[in-house]
Write a protein that binds this ligand. Structure first.
Ligand code: GLN
Length: 412
């Protein structure tokens, strides 16, 4: 029997319940997912635990979300809001999202027809790809890009086209972008403020994207989960540019703004004709999202402006501790205008590439960062860059800097 059929046969349970053979089974995945590995965030967070390292890798706060939001969730559970929610969101949350979008962008949207509540922005992204992209459609990404974009586009059998944003400013190479637009381009998938670089798309850059999309009838999927963590300039939703709302899906979530990344409440805002497709996918992916958490999310989104101002102020302090710290260690630190991430060039320390540097950092220094090569179609483009997060309490950020100061030595 050929080796491949042995492993296929071994996957079938024996009639009597005993294992048919004890050979290790080859991991199996559908072809469209074969190239993807365990996500870099999962890998790095387990290494952090294994080595007792300070985790400045995966972006989750090590402090808790606000009491008034947690109390609202507890109250909703006690009030018996525990059965399936309406598939596209409880009415109160759809309205709260519409109110916030109006406040932020000036756009009035119909909460019933144009807003869909999902299980985190990751599900909103997947529902958008699966609901609006046909096999073979081309979708343009800006590298480095968040890992789920490539995987969900692959699930939708899309063809990925990519332009690379390069340091120091990670600006859009406009001519390159124009040159990869074709008659098969269905959408541009963008993210501002941008993970992992902290770049925010300027009004000029958004205008370039908008005019290309209008000229060639292209959709925009805009991931804006860090919109409230905008430090150096005001966040602009591309949907608010003239002629863009009708071709844009705006994606967002609760997790980053309310330090509740484990709640997994997200949403997609899009005109009714695009909402239709993404809701079709959402209906059969998750159908509905946790009911009590949706009630609490409605309370959260109606927080006074002072909540958002304080969040920003707190993050500015954290950002400065990390950025100044990394500079004093000897990294070349690239400017980060938004998000809770910052990108550095690790080459002063003489390690071969981003993965080797991160391994050294965990094992010898006791700090976790994220190698960025996984965020590029061509991994070579990320080999000098690693990402740190500052969504940690001040003491943790200071200890991480101290460890690096003590143990990292510049070469040459
Ligand atoms: N968005 C988080 C980050 O970039 C990770 C979320 C996840 O682990 N999938 O760090």
């Amino acid at each position: 029997m050929a080796a491949s059929s042995v492993s296929a046969a071994a996957a079938v349970p024996a009639q009597d319940g005993a294992a048919q053979n004890s050979a290790p089974k080859t991991p199996q995945a559908a072809k469209r997912l074969e190239k993807f590995k365990t996500t870099i965030f999962t890998q790095m967070s387990s290494l952090a635990i294994k080595h007792g390292a300070i985790n400045l890798g995966q972006g989750f706060p090590n402090f808790d979300g606000p009491e008034f939001v947690k109390e609202a969730a507890i109250q909703a559970i006690r009030d018996g809001k525990n059965q399936y929610a309406r598939g596209y969101g409880i009415p109160d949350l759809n309205s709260a999202v519409a109110e916030r979008f109006k406040k932020d962008t000036g756009l009035s949207v119909d909460p019933e027809k144009e807003i869909t509540i999902t299980s985190g922005c990751t599900e909103a992204i997947a529902a958008t790809m699966l609901g609006l992209i046909n096999p073979g459609d081309e979708v343009i990404l800006f590298a480095p890009y968040y890992d789920s974009y490539e995987a969900t586009l692959s699930m939708a059998s899309a063809k990925i086209k990519c332009v690379t944003l390069r340091p120091p400013n990670f600006s859009i190479p406009v001519d390159e972008l124009k040159s990869i637009v074709s008659k098969n381009t269905r959408a541009i998938l963008m993210n501002t403020p941008h993970n992992p670089t902290g770049k925010m798309f300027t009004r000029e850059e958004l205008n370039v994207i908008a005019s290309l999309c209008i000229e060639h009838d292209i959709l925009v999927f805009s991931d804006e989960v860090y919109d409230k963590l905008a430090f150096e300039m005001d966040h602009i939703s591309i949907a608010s540019l003239p002629g863009m709302y009708e071709r844009t899906v705006t994606l967002n979530s609760l997790g980053k703004t309310f330090s509740l990344t484990g709640w997994k409440i997200g949403w997609a805002i899009a005109p009714a004709h695009l909402t239709w497709g993404l809701r079709q996918a959402h209906s059969y992916l998750t159908f509905a999202t946790s009911t009590p958490m949706q009630f609490a999310a409605g309370t959260a989104l109606r927080a006074p402006d002072s909540y958002y101002e304080e969040l920003r102020r707190d993050y500015l302090v954290k950002k400065s501790i990390l950025v100044e710290g990394l500079k004093s260690v000897g990294f070349k630190v690239y400017p980060s205008s938004g998000t809770y991430f910052v990108i550095v060039d690790h080459t002063p320390f003489g390690l071969e590439n981003d993965v080797a540097f991160c391994e050294y950092l965990i094992k010898e220094v006791g700090v976790v960062a994220i190698p960025t090569s996984v965020f590029y179609l061509n991994p070579e483009d990320g080999k000098n860059l690693v990402r740190f997060t500052f969504c940690k309490d001040e003491g943790t950020l200071r200890s991480a800097v101290e460890r690096m100061k003590e143990k990292l030595v510049k070469k040459g």
